[in-house]
Design a protein around this ligand. Structure first.
Ligand SMILES: Cc1ncc(C[n+]2csc(CCOP(=O)(O)OP(=O)(O)O)c2C)c(N)n1
Length: 333
């Protein structure tokens, strides 16, 4: 990984440190899920983000607490990068009342309004029009907030994606579309689903900028997101950013799917050599921004804090049965 655009020279060192911190936080947060998952007391399905951390970190570095983020079934990285409390997320995954969705949502349905996460849908492509809706609301209320929606390459095949880009472009809304192109939707490869590999080009059909970046290079993501967020804040309209990346684990659950023949092992090996965390860590050590010891200390610090969060989350009470029909819509008839 290189810093072709000289971002390291220009950016605030605190921001550069934070990019690493966020990626390490996401990585270790999920490694802990992998450790405890076989105990079978974390009942929620988990769609792991390991390998894709640079996308959430690079984009959310530009967002304010009050900006809106819409995530997907693969939600952990986006929530953590937006500022969600790890203990509240773990508590949710353990179905505890103190969880971010009071134990009723699990990993696919986090809610954290304090940090701009109003709700999450696991319907593929479902979050995209909702982000356009909040962007329209922000425009009407003149509240200065922007909306960001993360989604996969699979979601770019849904009608909601096209309708949302069309409407956002028409109204020049303050929304940023982030497509995490990991080349798979469950076990279905992108090459067998779309006629060409460039998802960003679809933006051209709606007359908005569409940019493809290396989604494993956090500086590339950071740079593209900076321009898109600026555009949105200045009222210049939406941008689509396609981040090419790769998920290391299976579609759902803590195991890999490569040994089951779902994806080629060569691909996993190739992408693991381009680990977003390792590449960035090596780069900033080379540039003299941190030392190897600083990095080891950061890992230790985050590891210990997440251990505490996980243990504490498990101690929280389960919801009372009286909670079952609170905060949910149901038909009384
Ligand atoms: C409308 C809809 N169709 C199908 C599904 C089942 N499903 C859940 S996740 C998924 C794949 C999504 O792939 P992508 O959007 O690329 O995201 P990724 O899992 O790769 O992050 C599918 C087909 C669903 N949840 N919603």
């Amino acid at each position: 990984m290189t810093d072709d655009k000289g971002i390291i020279k220009e950016a605030d060192p605190a921001v550069l440190h934070n990019l690493l911190r966020t990626m390490v936080l996401i990585r270790i947060f999920e490694e802990k899920i992998i450790e405890v998952y076989p105990m079978q007391d974390m009942k929620t399905p988990v769609h792991l983000y390991i390998g894709e951390e640079a996308v959430a970190a690079g984009v959310c570095a530009h967002l304010k607490k009050e900006d809106y983020v819409f995530t997907t079934h693969r939600s952990h990285g986006h929530c953590l990068a937006k500022g969600s409390d790890p203990e509240m997320l773990y508590a949710e995954f353990y179905g505890r009342i103190s969880g971010c969705s009071k134990g009723k949502g699990g990993s696919m349905h986090p809610v954290d309004p304090e940090n701009g996460i109003l709700g999450t849908t696991a319907i593929v492509g479902g979050g995209i029009p909702i982000a356009v809706g909040t962007a329209l609301a922000s425009r009407m209320k003149k509240d200065g907030r922007i909306s960001v929606t993360f989604f996969g390459d699979g979601a770019s095949e849904e009608g909601t994606f096209h309708e949302s880009l069309n409407f956002a472009a028409l109204k020049q809304l303050p929304v940023v579309f982030i497509c995490e192109n990991n080349f798979s939707a469950t076990t279905s490869p992108l090459s067998q689903r779309q006629p060409h590999e460039n998802i960003a080009k679809k933006a051209g059909g709606y007359g908005i900028p569409g940019i493809t970046v290396d989604g494993n290079n956090v500086l590339d993501v950071y740079d593209a997101a900076k321009a898109a967020v600026q555009r949105a804040r200045q009222g210049k309209g939406p941008t689509l950013i396609e981040c090419k990346t790769y998920r290391w684990k299976g579609h759902v659950g803590p195991d890999c799917d490569h040994e089951k023949g779902c994806r080629p092992m060569e691909d996993l090996n190739k992408w693991m050599k381009r680990c977003p965390v390792e590449m960035y860590k090596d780069l900033i050590i080379n540039k003299g921004l941190i030392t190897e010891t600083d990095y080891m200390n950061l890992v230790k610090e985050i590891d210990a804090a997440l251990d505490d969060s996980l243990k504490a989350a498990k101690q929280h009470p389960l919801p009372d049965t009286k909670e079952l029909l609170k905060d949910v819509y149901y038909d009384k008839e």
